[in-house]
Design a protein around this ligand. Sequence first.
Ligand SMILES: O=C/C=C/C(C(=O)O)=C(/O)C(=O)O
Ligand SMILES: [Fe+2]
Length: 280
Amino acid sequence: MIELKDLSYVRFGTSNLEDAESFATKCLGLQVGEQSGKALYLRSDDRAHTLCYFEGDPAEQTVGFEVDDEAQLDAAAATLDQLGHPVHAGTAGECASRKVKAFIGFKDPSGNHIELVVRPERSGKRYFGSRDAGITGFSHVGLFTSDPARDERFWTQVCNARVSDRIGDVALMRVNAIHHTIALAPGPKAGVHHVNHQVESNDDVLRSYYHLSEKRVPIVFGPGRHPTSGARFLYFRGPDGMVFEYSIGVDEIEDEDTHRPRQFGFEPSSLCMWGSKRNW
Ligand SMILES: O=C/C=C/C(C(=O)O)=C(/O)C(=O)O
Ligand SMILES: [Fe+2]
């Protein structure tokens, strides 16, 4: 079993690093941790980075998850190899560019680029957002899936994810107490469906709604409230069409042993209990 501890980062290729920086700082509210050559490292919490934009093809999208140590990484590599997923061990240069001690890369059954990392760098400097978006941290990703049932099996049987709730056949899965760290979203091709940052309060969600609207950032869902995690949310589009989400109040699963996933119908009221309609 591959024991995922936490989400670590997302890495996105972009054709316009300057635009990506402008969005990340003026709209999303992240902090530039480092700009080195053709890569921009952005912070959202006490880690050295949780989002990296690099000059490249926007179709290059990778999600990194932290595992405990190098022994776990070796065991994960052996498991994946045995299951027929080709595994790439990060070179020293690639580890440096991810600010981790070691990592392996592979593709999940839908073809999503996943990295498992050991010892991602933290920073002694407090995260200080470039605008007051109220961000408290990087929290979850949506991943496109071409077969939700198959991918749920991969994440829950090969890895340690547990299903917190389902909307239709779509699973919201946790790897720790937080309601979900991975959300599967049916789609025609692999890639990241959305990137979530938590914010401090409901006020932050609504403040950002006005801030982003004024900046003509396309709002694609919300303000609203998910009946699944209970979170109040706002989704909006960033560079290369990527969707970002702010949310506040995601449930925690109190008892691992007794929690049973709830089944929601695949209908608008399962996505937002206030009546907001998803527009992407
Ligand atoms: O559209 C449903 C989304 C549900 C949630 C949630 O319960 O918080 C998400 O954030 C998500 O799927 O990303
Ligand atoms: Fe989400």
